[in-house]
Design a protein around this ligand. Sequence first.
Ligand code: UDP
Length: 281
Amino acid sequence: ARVGGRDVPLPLGARTLEALYGLNLSAAQVEAYFESRRERGRAIRNSEDAIVARVGRELFETLFAGYTRKQWGLEARELDASVCGRIPVRFDRDERYFTDWFQAMPRDGYAALVERLLGHPRIEVALGTSFEALGNRVRFRYLVYTGPIDAYFEHRFGALPYRSLRFEFETIERERFQPVGVVNFPGDEPYTRVTEFKHLTGQAHAATTIAREYPRSAGEPYYPIPTPANRALYAKYAAKATSETNVAFVGRLAEYRYYNMDQAVASALAAFERIARERVA
Ligand code: UDP
């Protein structure tokens, strides 16, 4: 994260305290530091609690309050604890965002991966076609629906809110733009983060391409917005979905769940196993 001109490692850990406060602490000392700052006994009901109860108010204000306000258009206290709770708190000097044993990029990139999936002779792609418009044209025995669940039911209980982003790409005639793949901006900038892709792909080139992310409410739905009211509204649609016996609702939008990419893939594979079992039985 870039805070007041300083580059601060995230998730929170020893290196964060070093960059912010010039503290050089062992893991045990980092744990003791958070212990001394955190609001003990605070019930964890929302995203503000999730951070303040673990590391205290100051780190919450510095790294989470502004970023969350921009990203969601809501205060952290209005969001489920799981939203900010996604970000781990560590005591050691590990600076990685994810600590999975296996981390990889598709050899030829995601575009090639998806192109090859869609190249299957039994897959037909209809672009610029709404699901409703397809209704009369396509016959199916079984449907896997991955769009917004409220749209499937014609918003009959009201619209479920989704958050969107505008990506602004820029190619710069310089080998490197920023020191790491992703820099978060919790401050007053209108964007939340800047990704410089060559850090992720290993690309070697004299120029570099970055994307700035500008959160917005209108536009293509990317994120379900985890609040108690939205969860209650989703529950109505989910109850309705159980009576659609030849339809599976799968993914971030259809399940109204804030999946990470790995979780989204796992959920798709699990859905496939379930459907295959049901169809064979
Ligand atoms: N967050 C934050 N500051 C940060 C990073 C994350 O406040 O520097 C909060 C914010 O509410 C964000 C959530 O934690 O939406 C989840 O962050 P993550 O990086 O997982 O977001 P995603 O990659 O899903 O957009």
